[in-house]
Write a protein that binds this ligand. Structure first.
Ligand code: KIV
Ligand code: ZN
Length: 511
């Protein structure tokens, strides 16, 4: 059996320190509920001495959690802070006080103004004091990533002797290289006596984009608790992201001699929840939970994934609760991806026709960043209409505006293949286009109804126009047309209605 790595979630404490991420107590409870559902080991619920809101959140989350996980409250190594933390945790079934202070030369000199001896004394006192209230006391050696190693080990020895149950080695500023940080954790694991009875935790920040790598280096070198946040939110560039650490441990458990008990299928839900509550958007290319984490865009990748998912995916999206792999149809997509998606939508084409379909797809893709299912539906329907066409609109050019006279030039093919180029002015661009079309077609229809709607998403959406025209004998014919340009959609709809009128007429006359 591999080592169990405790997942200590600090979304509600360090995560909330992200600029703009503050949450109210109710929102924190909703996130805590999700953390419990995910089976995290520890929830750091807040810093009670910092505000009445944090105090209440720790109280409420303590009640909510029961014995399902440890509830932890942060404090500085100051008696009054520890008192507040203990007070807030009174209802917790498994309370933990997390206390500590800076241990790097910068923190000692610039922030705290104390000597090394004073630091050791304060650290040991804080742990002893917290142990009066709870049995589970975690000590954090803030800025350990820039501390002198011998001094760090001295502080850790003092807090272990004072009764700490967990010692947290944070790289508070995300400064170290992963191998250096790993060696630091190993130093603590090897040189502090009694450490075998204490959990070593790592808490790393993402200032150099290495928070997850740092935490994993810690795990490799003796840490059995990782402190992390959903979506990696936290001070400055954030903390180690929970979903990354959990999935990295899941994928490389044997090499790391590690596993977690987190329910990975809840990761996507947790990410969406935190994104919605904090308003901190997850970048599209974020590992595990980003919108593009399982999206394939290039033709080569799409072809590979369609042959076998693991050509370009190391994680099954279902394992993290994501909807599934996504093939993004764009101008970079090849035949395989288009054919696959059309088949999923229920459309198949004979091989000899497919190239034509693909060319039309490329035309649409050239005008749009992404081609959606609705675009494909509309493309196929239009193609079906074209097949029965008597007249086909090949091109349309319109000029209009104020004070221009709306003018349309249309190129229309008839069923014999002859092309007609016609031009007309009108009261507006649609009227001009319809009058130009009227010059070619052999029948006339009075426009009775005209409706336009966007059938796909975005500013570059496809607009579909529906028209109803009345023939001289009073019959009504409808027509539809779609295009990115609604004037072109309007002209296509009109030609479509004219074609139906002629076809119906021919059928009636026994053609
Ligand atoms: O980054 C840090 O060092 C912290 C401590 C309070 C654990 O957040
Ligand atoms: Zn932190």
């Amino acid at each position: 059996m591999t080592r169990k790595i405790d997942i200590f979630d600090t979304t509600l404490r360090d995560g909330e320190q992200s600029p703009g991420a503050s949450m109210n107590t109710q929102e924190k409870l909703v996130i805590a509920q999700q953390l419990i559902r995910m089976n995290v080991d520890v929830i750091e619920a807040g810093f009670p001495a910092s505000s009445p809101g944090d105090f209440r959140s720790v109280q409420d989350i303590s009640r909510l959690a029961g014995d399902r996980c440890v509830v932890c409250a942060l404090s500085r190594a100051v008696d009054e802070d520890i008192d507040r933390a203990a007070e807030a945790l009174k209802m917790a079934k498994r309370p933990r006080i997390h206390t500590g202070l800076g241990v790097s030369p910068t923190h000692l000199r610039e922030k705290l103004g104390i000597t090394e001896d004073e630091c050791v004394e304060r650290a040991a006192h804080a742990v002893r004091y917290a142990r009066r209230f709870v049995d589970d006391v975690e000590f954090y050696a803030e800025d350990a990533g820039r501390a002198d190693q011998a001094f760090l080990e001295r502080v850790i020895q003092a807090v272990v002797d004072a009764g700490a149950t967990v010692v947290n080695i944070p790289d508070t500023t995300g400064y170290e290289m992963p191998d250096e940080f790993g060696a630091r954790v190993r130093g603590v694991a090897e040189n502090v006596s009694g450490i075998e009875n204490v959990t070593i935790a790592v808490h790393t920040h993402n200032d150099l984009g290495m928070a997850t790598a740092l935490a994993l280096a810690g795990v490799r070198n003796g840490a059995t608790q990782v402190e992390c946040t959903i979506n990696g939110i936290g001070e400055r560039a954030g903390n180690t992201s929970l979903e990354e650490i959990v999935m990295a441990i899941k994928m490389h458990g044997a090499a790391l001699d590690a596993h977690t008990d987190v329910v990975t299928t809840e990761l996507t839900r947790a990410s969406h929840l935190v994104e919605r509550i904090t308003g901190l958007n997850v970048q599209a290319n974020k590992a595990i939970v980003g919108a593009n984490a399982f999206a394939h865009s290039s033709g080569i990748h799409q072809d590979g994934v369609l042959k076998s998912r693991d050509t370009y995916e190391i994680i099954d999206p279902a394992d993290v609760g994501a909807a599934g792999s996504e093939i993004i149809l764009s101008a970079r997509s090849g035949h395989a991806a288009l054919e696959h998606r059309l088949k999923e939508l229920g459309y198949t084409f004979p091989e000899e026709e497919f190239d034509e379909v693909y060319q039309r797809f490329l035309e649409i893709a050239d005008q749009k960043k992404e081609v959606y299912d609705e675009d494909l539906e509309s493309m196929v329907q239009e193609r079906q209409r074209d097949i029965q066409a008597i007249y086909t609109l090949d091109a349309l050019q319109v000029s209009c505006g104020d004070p221009l006279v709306p003018t349309a030039t249309a190129t229309i093919s008839d069923e014999s293949g002859e092309k007609h180029v016609v031009c007309s002015t009108g009261t507006g661009p649609v009227d001009a286009a319809y009058k130009a079309i009227d010059q070619v077609v052999s029948v006339h229809g009075d426009l009775q109804e005209f409706a336009v709607k966007a059938i796909t998403r975005g500013i570059d959406a496809i607009g579909e126009v529906t028209v109803r025209i009345q023939a001289d004998d009073g019959r009504i014919y409808s027509g539809r047309g779609s295009d990115n340009d609604i004037i072109v959609s309007s002209a296509k709809a009109y030609v479509n209605a004219i074609n139906r009128m002629i076809q119906t007429d021919r059928t009636r006359q026994g053609f």
